[in-house]
Write a protein that binds this ligand. Structure first.
Ligand SMILES: *Cc1c(COP(=O)(O)O)cnc(C)c1O
Length: 380
């Protein structure tokens, strides 16, 4: 069999996949309305709930054809009762996107902002809930992928529940990597996309949530036809199928990725991501790069390194040098500070990161970037 070139993706998803996942997409043509296909989706939906330790009597998963943002859209537009409000605990680009979605649908919401390099102040969250008794849905992001900041979801969820609100978390960039237990973590709804933590392909996204809350939402205002959670759930329950055409080949890839997930196991997989992340930190430290987020606040999946204050630093040149050699790094900009990200997603291990840093250091030298890296400000 022909071998497929292996690229190491250090961008925040899609991630490096195994060849077995890639090849799982090459299957005989099938109409997704066949019973055989519905059977595959039933097992898949249950496995997605198992990954976050959900009790299948209480939690279900609902599949959508789209990128991860579709799940944010679905949860926000479908789970808000009439006359109620959403509270977004916002300290990053993804929660800011949730606020934008609220604005697009004209949903009443409170945009509770915090600095993007700090954990949210829980007493302010509590105050906002006390001041806004009509909040029915609290929303936040677990791993803010733009910076790599990890939010304290268990505590925010406990507050939401204390004030009688449903807790929705965007776990797109932590799901199937950081161990999550929906019951213990006070999560009513979470979400992800097949191309991130699971290590499958783009095009399939899913919401995992409380069956009781989904059933309640049947009578909530209907704000979208294609992106309504109850509608999609109800169709699955009645027919075992997606309401509209599913991403067939991506679903085959996801089934294989789930097999590989359960073979590796939650603990071993998280240990591998941690090993990869530690190798990223070692590499950055050795070159003298600084990170945007304090280490004790990081998710352990995304390192956001500040651009050097060096006239020879040119992200595109460095990126291209690495890309041509099979390694992808990702730019980002936060509060006018240029930075790039190295992420520990995907089917990679420590040796891949070490191989990357050899090439990366070469790229710096070829471009005459000073090592150790120069910064104008002295270190705090
Ligand atoms: C990747 C990601 C999404 C989804 O982004 P898409 O570009 O729509 O796939 C949503 N939330 C977080 C936190 C993410 O990392």
């Amino acid at each position: 069999m022909e071998t497929i070139k292996r690229n190491i993706l250090l961008n925040p998803g899609p991630s490096t996949t195994t060849d077995t996942v890639k090849l799982a997409q090459v299957v005989p043509d099938i109409c997704p309305r066949e019973k055989d296909f519905a059977c595959l989706m039933k097992g898949l939906r249950e496995d997605l709930v198992r990954i976050v330790q959900g009790d299948l009597a209480e939690y279900t998963s609902v599949l959508f054809c789209g990128s991860g943002t579709i799940c944010m859209d679905v949860c926000l537009n479908s789970l808000l009762p009439k006359g109620k409000k959403i509270l977004v605990v916002n300290n990053g680009a993804y929660s800011a996107r949730a606020v934008e979605i609220c604005a697009y649908y004209g949903l009443a919401h409170v945009d509770l902002r915090f600095p993007i390099n700090e954990a949210p102040d829980l007493s302010s969250v509590e105050r906002a809930l006390r001041d806004n008794p009509d909040v029915a849905l609290v929303y936040t992001t677990h791993n803010e992928t733009g910076t790599g900041l990890l939010n304290p979801i268990r505590k925010i969820g406990a507050l939401a529940h204390r004030f009688g609100a449903v807790f929705v978390v965007d776990t797109t960039s932590s799901y199937a990597m950081i161990p999550i237990d929906v019951q213990k973590d006070n999560v009513d709804f979470c979400m992800a996309s097949a191309q991130k933590g699971i290590g499958a392909m783009t095009g399939l996204s899913f919401v995992i949530g409380k069956i009781r809350e989904i059933e309640k939402s049947k009578d909530y205002p209907r704000r979208s036809y294609y992106c309504n959670l109850y509608r999609q759930y109800d169709f699955f329950e009645k027919t075992g199928e997606m309401n509209f055409t599913p991403p067939v080949q991506t679903i085959y890839a996801t089934l294989q990725a789930l097999k590989e997930y359960f073979t590796e196991g939650e603990t071993a997989k998280w240990a591998r991501h941690t090993r990869v992340f530690n190798a990223i930190r070692r590499g950055l430290d050795k070159l003298g790069f600084r990170e945007y987020i304090k280490r004790d606040l990081q998710s352990g999946l995304v390192a956001a390194a500040l651009y050097p204050d060096d006239p020879n630093w040119d992200f595109i040149a460095i990126h291209d040098y690495c890309y041509e050699r099979g390694f992808t790094i990702y730019p980002g900009k936060v509060e006018k500070r240029g930075m790039f990200r190295l992420c520990a997603l995907g089917a990679i291990d420590e040796a891949d990161v070490e191989a990357f840093f050899k090439v990366f250091e070469e790229a710096l030298r070829v471009n005459r970037v000073t090592i150790p890296i120069l910064y104008k400000e002295t270190k705090e």
